[in-house]
Design a protein around this ligand. Sequence first.
Ligand code: MG
Length: 307
Amino acid sequence: MYGVIEGTGFEVIAPAFADCFVGHARVERLWTGARWSEGPVWHAAGRYLLWSDIPNNRILRWDDSDGHVSTFRQPSQNANGQTVDRQGRLITCEHLTRRVTRTEFDGSITVIADRFQGKRLNSPNDVVVKSDGSIWFTDPSYGILMDYEGERAVPEQDGCHVYRVAADGTMTQVTQDYLKPNGLAFSPDESLLYIADTGVTHHNDGPQHIRRHTVNADGTLSGGEVLATCTEGLFDGFRVDTAGRIWSSAADGVHCLSPEGELIGKVHIPEIVGNLCFGGAKLNRLFICGTTSLYAVYLNVNGISPV
Ligand code: MG
Protein backbone atom coordinates (compact mmCIF):
# COMPACT_ATOMS: atom_id res chain seq x y z
CA MET A 1 0.00 0.00 0.00
CA TYR A 2 2.01 2.94 -1.29
CA GLY A 3 1.14 6.38 -2.54
CA VAL A 4 -1.71 8.68 -1.58
CA ILE A 5 -4.61 6.87 0.07
CA GLU A 6 -7.68 7.80 -1.94
CA GLY A 7 -9.94 10.30 -0.20
CA THR A 8 -7.47 11.06 2.58
CA GLY A 9 -4.44 13.26 3.00
CA PHE A 10 -2.20 10.34 3.91
CA GLU A 11 0.65 9.32 1.63
CA VAL A 12 2.61 6.16 2.36
CA ILE A 13 6.22 6.41 1.17
CA ALA A 14 7.72 3.56 3.23
CA PRO A 15 5.90 0.61 4.84
CA ALA A 16 6.67 1.87 8.36
CA PHE A 17 4.17 4.71 7.84
CA ALA A 18 1.22 2.36 7.40
CA ASP A 19 1.01 1.85 11.17
CA CYS A 20 1.09 5.55 11.91
CA PHE A 21 -2.38 6.60 10.78
CA VAL A 22 -5.99 5.49 10.87
CA GLY A 23 -7.26 4.82 7.37
CA HIS A 24 -10.67 6.35 7.87
CA ALA A 25 -9.48 9.36 9.89
CA ARG A 26 -9.67 12.62 8.00
CA VAL A 27 -7.87 15.94 8.10
CA GLU A 28 -10.24 18.58 9.46
CA ARG A 29 -9.95 22.31 9.01
CA LEU A 30 -10.92 23.61 12.44
CA TRP A 31 -10.70 27.32 11.72
CA THR A 32 -9.48 29.81 9.15
CA GLY A 33 -8.84 33.55 9.14
CA ALA A 34 -5.21 33.96 10.17
CA ARG A 35 -2.37 35.45 8.10
CA TRP A 36 0.52 33.24 9.18
CA SER A 37 -0.17 30.52 11.71
CA GLU A 38 2.65 29.32 13.95
CA GLY A 39 3.52 28.33 17.49
CA PRO A 40 0.88 25.75 18.42
CA VAL A 41 0.89 24.43 21.98
CA TRP A 42 -1.52 22.09 23.73
CA HIS A 43 -2.70 22.87 27.27
CA ALA A 44 -3.70 19.54 28.76
CA ALA A 45 -5.32 20.90 31.93
CA GLY A 46 -7.41 23.47 30.09
CA ARG A 47 -8.15 21.26 27.08
CA TYR A 48 -7.31 24.04 24.65
CA LEU A 49 -4.80 24.74 21.95
CA LEU A 50 -3.03 28.07 21.60
CA TRP A 51 -1.39 29.19 18.42
CA SER A 52 0.19 32.37 17.04
CA ASP A 53 -1.09 34.49 14.18
CA ILE A 54 2.17 36.40 13.85
CA PRO A 55 1.30 39.25 11.41
CA ASN A 56 -2.00 39.90 13.20
CA ASN A 57 -0.12 40.26 16.48
CA ARG A 58 -2.32 37.81 18.36
CA ILE A 59 -2.40 34.42 20.02
CA LEU A 60 -5.57 32.45 19.32
CA ARG A 61 -7.21 29.72 21.39
CA TRP A 62 -9.15 26.72 20.09
CA ASP A 63 -11.30 25.17 22.83
CA ASP A 64 -11.63 21.39 22.81
CA SER A 65 -14.89 21.53 24.78
CA ASP A 66 -16.97 23.08 21.99
CA GLY A 67 -14.56 23.94 19.19
CA HIS A 68 -14.86 27.70 19.42
CA VAL A 69 -11.93 29.99 18.72
CA SER A 70 -11.22 33.15 20.66
CA THR A 71 -8.37 35.61 21.13
CA PHE A 72 -6.07 34.58 23.96
CA ARG A 73 -3.66 37.55 23.81
CA GLN A 74 -3.55 40.68 21.68
CA PRO A 75 -1.17 42.33 21.22
CA SER A 76 1.05 39.29 21.42
CA GLN A 77 4.30 41.11 20.56
CA ASN A 78 4.17 39.17 17.27
CA ALA A 79 4.52 35.94 19.22
CA ASN A 80 5.84 32.92 17.33
CA GLY A 81 6.85 29.52 18.79
CA GLN A 82 5.44 28.32 22.08
CA THR A 83 5.60 25.42 24.48
CA VAL A 84 4.72 24.62 28.08
CA ASP A 85 7.22 23.87 30.82
CA ARG A 86 7.04 20.94 33.23
CA GLN A 87 4.67 22.91 35.47
CA GLY A 88 2.35 23.65 32.54
CA ARG A 89 3.30 27.31 32.26
CA LEU A 90 3.25 28.89 28.82
CA ILE A 91 6.63 29.74 27.29
CA THR A 92 6.48 32.12 24.32
CA CYS A 93 8.90 33.48 21.72
CA GLU A 94 8.15 37.11 20.87
CA HIS A 95 9.44 38.75 17.69
CA LEU A 96 8.54 42.37 18.43
CA THR A 97 10.08 42.49 21.89
CA ARG A 98 12.85 40.08 20.83
CA ARG A 99 12.52 37.92 23.91
CA VAL A 100 11.35 34.64 25.41
CA THR A 101 8.77 34.91 28.16
CA ARG A 102 6.93 32.76 30.67
CA THR A 103 3.31 33.37 31.59
CA GLU A 104 3.00 32.71 35.32
CA PHE A 105 0.05 31.12 37.07
CA ASP A 106 -1.28 34.55 38.05
CA GLY A 107 -1.07 35.77 34.43
CA SER A 108 1.97 37.98 34.88
CA ILE A 109 4.78 37.71 32.36
CA THR A 110 8.38 36.96 33.26
CA VAL A 111 11.22 37.59 30.80
CA ILE A 112 13.34 34.45 30.40
CA ALA A 113 15.81 35.91 27.87
CA ASP A 114 16.10 39.10 25.83
CA ARG A 115 19.86 39.64 25.57
CA PHE A 116 23.04 37.67 25.28
CA GLN A 117 26.31 39.22 26.43
CA GLY A 118 24.55 42.57 26.69
CA LYS A 119 23.24 42.64 23.13
CA ARG A 120 19.62 42.20 22.13
CA LEU A 121 18.53 38.91 20.64
CA ASN A 122 17.36 38.83 17.01
CA SER A 123 13.82 37.44 17.24
CA PRO A 124 13.33 34.16 19.11
CA ASN A 125 11.45 31.72 16.91
CA ASP A 126 10.81 28.39 18.60
CA VAL A 127 11.35 26.92 22.03
CA VAL A 128 11.44 23.64 23.91
CA VAL A 129 11.83 22.77 27.60
CA LYS A 130 13.92 19.87 28.87
CA SER A 131 12.96 17.82 31.93
CA ASP A 132 15.70 19.51 34.00
CA GLY A 133 13.84 22.80 33.54
CA SER A 134 16.27 24.26 31.01
CA ILE A 135 14.72 26.28 28.18
CA TRP A 136 16.22 25.95 24.69
CA PHE A 137 15.32 28.34 21.87
CA THR A 138 16.36 29.37 18.39
CA ASP A 139 17.08 32.98 17.42
CA PRO A 140 16.98 33.57 13.65
CA SER A 141 16.43 37.09 12.31
CA TYR A 142 13.03 36.74 10.62
CA GLY A 143 11.35 39.12 13.04
CA ILE A 144 13.81 41.95 12.40
CA LEU A 145 14.30 41.52 8.65
CA MET A 146 10.95 43.13 7.88
CA ASP A 147 7.97 44.76 9.54
CA TYR A 148 5.45 42.07 8.63
CA GLU A 149 6.21 39.68 11.49
CA GLY A 150 7.91 42.09 13.87
CA GLU A 151 9.90 45.27 13.38
CA ARG A 152 12.84 45.88 11.09
CA ALA A 153 16.08 46.41 13.01
CA VAL A 154 19.82 46.05 12.67
CA PRO A 155 20.95 42.80 14.32
CA GLU A 156 23.07 43.18 17.42
CA GLN A 157 24.20 39.57 17.57
CA ASP A 158 26.96 38.32 15.25
CA GLY A 159 24.69 35.66 13.76
CA CYS A 160 21.71 33.45 14.36
CA HIS A 161 22.26 30.98 17.16
CA VAL A 162 20.56 28.56 19.53
CA TYR A 163 20.52 29.30 23.25
CA ARG A 164 19.98 27.42 26.48
CA VAL A 165 18.72 29.00 29.68
CA ALA A 166 19.43 26.70 32.61
CA ALA A 167 16.98 26.33 35.48
CA ASP A 168 19.13 28.75 37.49
CA GLY A 169 18.89 31.37 34.71
CA THR A 170 22.40 30.93 33.29
CA MET A 171 22.29 31.51 29.53
CA THR A 172 24.68 29.90 27.07
CA GLN A 173 25.02 29.83 23.29
CA VAL A 174 24.90 26.19 22.18
CA THR A 175 25.39 26.53 18.40
CA GLN A 176 27.47 28.86 16.23
CA ASP A 177 27.12 27.27 12.77
CA TYR A 178 23.49 27.77 11.79
CA LEU A 179 22.24 30.32 9.26
CA LYS A 180 18.59 30.42 10.36
CA PRO A 181 17.95 28.00 13.24
CA ASN A 182 14.23 27.43 13.47
CA GLY A 183 12.20 24.51 14.90
CA LEU A 184 13.74 22.27 17.56
CA ALA A 185 12.74 19.21 19.57
CA PHE A 186 14.30 16.57 21.81
CA SER A 187 14.21 12.84 21.20
CA PRO A 188 11.97 10.95 23.67
CA ASP A 189 14.86 10.23 26.08
CA GLU A 190 16.32 13.73 25.55
CA SER A 191 19.68 12.31 24.50
CA LEU A 192 19.33 14.03 21.13
CA LEU A 193 18.29 17.53 20.08
CA TYR A 194 17.02 18.08 16.55
CA ILE A 195 17.27 21.59 15.10
CA ALA A 196 15.98 22.82 11.74
CA ASP A 197 17.96 25.31 9.63
CA THR A 198 15.86 27.31 7.16
CA GLY A 199 18.79 29.33 5.82
CA VAL A 200 17.72 28.75 2.22
CA THR A 201 15.17 31.55 2.68
CA HIS A 202 17.97 34.10 2.50
CA HIS A 203 20.99 32.25 1.13
CA ASN A 204 21.31 30.63 -2.29
CA ASP A 205 21.74 26.89 -1.84
CA GLY A 206 21.38 27.46 1.89
CA PRO A 207 20.23 24.77 4.29
CA GLN A 208 16.69 23.40 4.35
CA HIS A 209 17.34 20.54 6.70
CA ILE A 210 17.15 19.15 10.22
CA ARG A 211 20.37 18.38 12.08
CA ARG A 212 20.86 15.96 14.95
CA HIS A 213 22.94 16.81 18.00
CA THR A 214 23.95 14.79 21.03
CA VAL A 215 22.97 16.50 24.27
CA ASN A 216 25.81 16.39 26.78
CA ALA A 217 25.35 16.26 30.55
CA ASP A 218 26.83 19.75 30.95
CA GLY A 219 24.22 21.30 28.66
CA THR A 220 26.44 21.55 25.59
CA LEU A 221 25.83 19.92 22.22
CA SER A 222 28.05 17.76 20.06
CA GLY A 223 27.61 16.12 16.69
CA GLY A 224 25.24 18.04 14.48
CA GLU A 225 25.13 15.98 11.30
CA VAL A 226 22.37 16.57 8.77
CA LEU A 227 19.56 14.13 9.49
CA ALA A 228 17.18 14.97 6.64
CA THR A 229 16.79 17.55 3.89
CA CYS A 230 13.31 18.81 3.09
CA THR A 231 12.03 17.76 -0.33
CA GLU A 232 9.15 20.28 -0.44
CA GLY A 233 9.86 23.72 0.95
CA LEU A 234 11.17 23.95 4.49
CA PHE A 235 11.26 22.07 7.74
CA ASP A 236 10.10 24.85 10.06
CA GLY A 237 8.46 23.68 13.30
CA PHE A 238 8.28 20.00 14.19
CA ARG A 239 7.52 17.56 17.02
CA VAL A 240 8.64 14.04 17.99
CA ASP A 241 6.37 11.11 18.86
CA THR A 242 6.96 8.45 21.53
CA ALA A 243 8.68 6.18 19.00
CA GLY A 244 11.13 8.91 18.03
CA ARG A 245 9.60 9.73 14.65
CA ILE A 246 9.78 13.37 13.60
CA TRP A 247 6.59 15.04 12.35
CA SER A 248 7.61 18.19 10.53
CA SER A 249 6.07 21.09 8.71
CA ALA A 250 6.72 21.36 4.95
CA ALA A 251 5.31 23.16 1.94
CA ASP A 252 2.89 20.39 0.97
CA GLY A 253 1.80 19.40 4.46
CA VAL A 254 3.35 17.31 7.21
CA HIS A 255 6.36 15.06 6.58
CA CYS A 256 6.95 12.07 8.83
CA LEU A 257 10.58 11.05 9.24
CA SER A 258 11.84 7.87 10.84
CA PRO A 259 14.30 8.32 13.74
CA GLU A 260 17.02 7.72 11.12
CA GLY A 261 15.75 10.62 9.03
CA GLU A 262 14.03 8.66 6.27
CA LEU A 263 10.89 10.27 4.82
CA ILE A 264 8.31 7.53 5.41
CA GLY A 265 5.04 9.35 4.84
CA LYS A 266 3.11 12.57 4.53
CA VAL A 267 -0.13 14.16 5.60
CA HIS A 268 -1.08 16.46 2.74
CA ILE A 269 -2.48 19.85 3.70
CA PRO A 270 -3.80 22.39 1.16
CA GLU A 271 -1.71 25.25 2.59
CA ILE A 272 1.95 25.68 3.51
CA VAL A 273 2.53 24.31 7.01
CA GLY A 274 4.66 26.33 9.43
CA ASN A 275 4.37 24.30 12.60
CA LEU A 276 2.41 21.60 14.42
CA CYS A 277 1.99 19.89 17.78
CA PHE A 278 0.34 16.89 19.35
CA GLY A 279 -2.71 17.41 21.53
CA GLY A 280 -5.88 15.92 22.91
CA ALA A 281 -6.14 13.86 26.10
CA LYS A 282 -4.07 11.05 24.59
CA LEU A 283 -1.73 13.25 22.53
CA ASN A 284 -2.83 11.30 19.46
CA ARG A 285 -4.21 14.27 17.57
CA LEU A 286 -1.90 16.37 15.44
CA PHE A 287 -2.75 20.08 15.32
CA ILE A 288 -1.34 21.70 12.21
CA CYS A 289 -0.75 25.40 11.53
CA GLY A 290 -1.30 25.86 7.78
CA THR A 291 -0.79 29.50 6.80
CA THR A 292 -4.33 30.92 7.25
CA SER A 293 -5.90 27.91 8.96
CA LEU A 294 -5.76 25.48 11.85
CA TYR A 295 -6.06 21.82 10.86
CA ALA A 296 -6.17 18.64 12.92
CA VAL A 297 -6.01 14.92 12.30
CA TYR A 298 -6.10 11.89 14.59
CA LEU A 299 -3.12 9.56 14.19
CA ASN A 300 -2.16 6.12 15.42
CA VAL A 301 0.84 7.57 17.29
CA ASN A 302 1.24 9.64 20.44
CA GLY A 303 3.26 12.75 20.99
CA ILE A 304 5.71 13.07 23.86
CA SER A 305 4.77 15.22 26.82
CA PRO A 306 5.10 18.09 27.44
CA VAL A 307 4.24 19.09 23.92
MG1 MG B 1 9.49 28.58 13.19
